[in-house]
Design a protein around this ligand. Structure first.
Ligand SMILES: [Zn+2]
Length: 519
């Protein structure tokens, strides 16, 4: 007998992207969406089309390009939001409009300033309006976990009658506790007439570190959709982590008796991509995707571990896409092998992109002995950061003098889009600072460096370092990335990448005054 399924609704690109500093561009969002489709999530929430022209374009782009998955957009219970959503989703294979409205007492009084009856009226109107455009409508009573349970019953009943096919119960502020949340789900199941006509969903935040536990408790009580994000990213303490939900249901199928459609072998690739593109690193001890998450990484080998893996390991690292032998290509690998590997990793490169990656690959293969999957991914990302056609500056050369006891001095050569070469020299507290000061002399911008991090992408002394910087200029914060075996050069690439982002003006300003954060 086939077991029942839990739908996985991924909101990495909406709720996850909403957290300060994550901001992804359309290309990056598409890349993540493609990985999510490979991972076989059921729904991708691609954005909030009414929030900004950039968000609108992202939802439209993903709806157009990513197939085999439902694409959802978020909307307030307002006609203009819903209409923008419908336009953004026009080309989707399977579109869903996700309407939300605050229902808790505190939100009713301080955010929307509406009485209970008005809330029900607005919710019904929103769902009815969305159903005009789309069969698949989801409704979220925002701050549901702090809403009076009996009022919540009324709201849920009304939106199901109006045609909502999924009703999502968000713990918007991360306040609930597993036993309490399961009780709320049961309360709805027992008291809402017609509840069987809709799928009950949950959306939990991690303010008390309970997002995954709350979601699983709700599933046990009958919820059949979980909203979550890769690596648990999101505002404040984040959302429920998808990889944890999926692997808990899978590993403890004996307990839950439920399945998901997700192919967990793509979990690691997805986690790495999201971490790289958002600049939010995954802590070493993070469940499932942290570097130390599996026993075989932490030196327990020496003891009886190898004889029987299950003495310490409840999951097989291979199941989430971790493979000890990910040594992939060598010096003599050809273009075809590289092209094949890129596709296998989920990247669809143009001929031009492949040419550049191949060139860099040959250089890297000379610089370091072993090439891993992560090296290939870093090369692909790196050429995207440096070869973007919109870039104003390109780093040509870096030179740095550094000696204990003397002031570091750096020289950089940048090529600007008009074909001119610019050289400048700078000094600073350290070599990186001296190089950044030299870059500032050329660009004329004086930026504040908010954060600087280097992470080694693979193992070994010759590993590529990935440098992430956060740079502030006139109230705009951008993320810069660079990578390479030479950390100083990579640091310079990261800074120039950030400068390019600052110089390319983004489309800003909400389309319809949307400032509400969402459920
Ligand atoms: Zn949320």
């Amino acid at each position: 007998m086939e077991s029942e399924r839990v739908l996985i609704f991924d909101t990495t690109l909406r709720d996850g992207e909403q957290c300060p500093g994550a901001s992804l561009n359309l290309k990056e969002k598409l890349e993540i969406a493609r990985q999510l489709a490979l991972l076989k999530v059921d729904v991708i929430e691609a954005g909030f089309p009414a929030a900004s022209p950039g968000d609108f374009d992202s939802v439209r782009g993903i709806a157009q390009e990513v197939k085999g998955v439902t694409v959802a957009g978020l909307a307030r219970a307002l006609e203009k939001d819903i209409e923008a959503n419908a336009r953004a989703l026009e080309k989707a294979e399977s579109p869903r409009i996700h309407v939300f409205l605050s229902t808790s007492k505190t939100h009713r009084e301080h955010m929307v300033q509406k009485a209970k009856e008005e809330i029900i009226h607005m919710a019904v109107k929103g769902v009815t309006c969305a159903r005009k455009y789309c069969d698949d409508v989801e409704f979220s009573p925002m701050d549901a976990s702090r809403t009076e349970p009996d009022f919540l019953v009324e709201v849920v009943r009304a939106v199901i009658d109006a045609g909502a096919k999924t009703v999502n119960i968000p713990d918007t502020v991360g306040y609930t506790i597993p036993g309490e949340f399961a009780g709320l789900i049961r309360h709805l199941k027992e008291n809402v007439p017609g509840i069987e006509r809709a799928i009950l969903s949950v959306h939990c935040h991690n303010d008390l570190g309970l997002a995954v536990a709350n979601s699983l408790a709700a599933v046990q009580a009958g919820a059949r959709q979980v909203e979550c994000t890769i690596n648990g990213i999101g505002e404040r303490a984040g959302n429920a982590a998808m990889e944890e939900i999926v692997m808990a249901l899978r590993t403890r199928k004996d307990f839950f008796g439920l399945d998901t459609r997700v192919d967990p072998r793509h979990i690691m690739a997805c986690s790495k991509l999201v971490s790289t593109l958002t600049g939010f690193f995954v802590q070493r001890n993070k469940a499932i995707v942290g570097k130390n998450a599996f026993a075989h990484e932490s030196g327990i080998h020496q003891h009886g571990f190898l004889k029987r893996k299950d003495t310490f390991e409840i999951m097989n690292p291979k199941d989430v896409g971790l493979d000890d032998s990910d040594l992939v290509l060598g010096k003599h690998s050809g273009r075809n092998a590289l092209s094949h590997k890129c596709r296998e990793l989920g990247y669809d490169l143009t001929q031009e992109e492949l040419d550049r990656v191949f060139q860099e690959f040959k250089i890297l293969a000379d610089e370091k002995k072993d090439l891993y999957e992560d090296d290939i991914i870093t090369l692909i990302q790196k050429q995207r950061w440096t070869e973007d056609k919109l870039n104003i500056y390109k780093l040509v050369k870096v030179q740095c003098r550094f000696e204990t006891g003397s002031l570091p001095e750096g020289t950089v050569v940048l090529l600007s889009r008009d074909g001119q070469e610019h050289t400048a020299r700078g000094t600073g507290d350290g070599p990186v600072d001296s190089l950044y000061n030299a870059v500032d002399k050329i660009t004329g911008l004086s930026c504040k460096l908010l954060d600087y991090q280097v992470m080694s992408k693979t193992r070994g002394k010759d590993a590529q370092g990935e440098v992430t910087v956060r740079v502030l200029h006139e109230n705009r914060e951008v993320l810069g990335k660079g990578a390479g075996v030479n950390t100083l050069e990579a640091s310079c690439h990261a800074y120039v990448n950030a400068i390019n982002k600052l110089l390319i003006k983004p489309k800003t300003g909400p389309v319809s005054g949307a400032e509400v954060p969402g459920p």
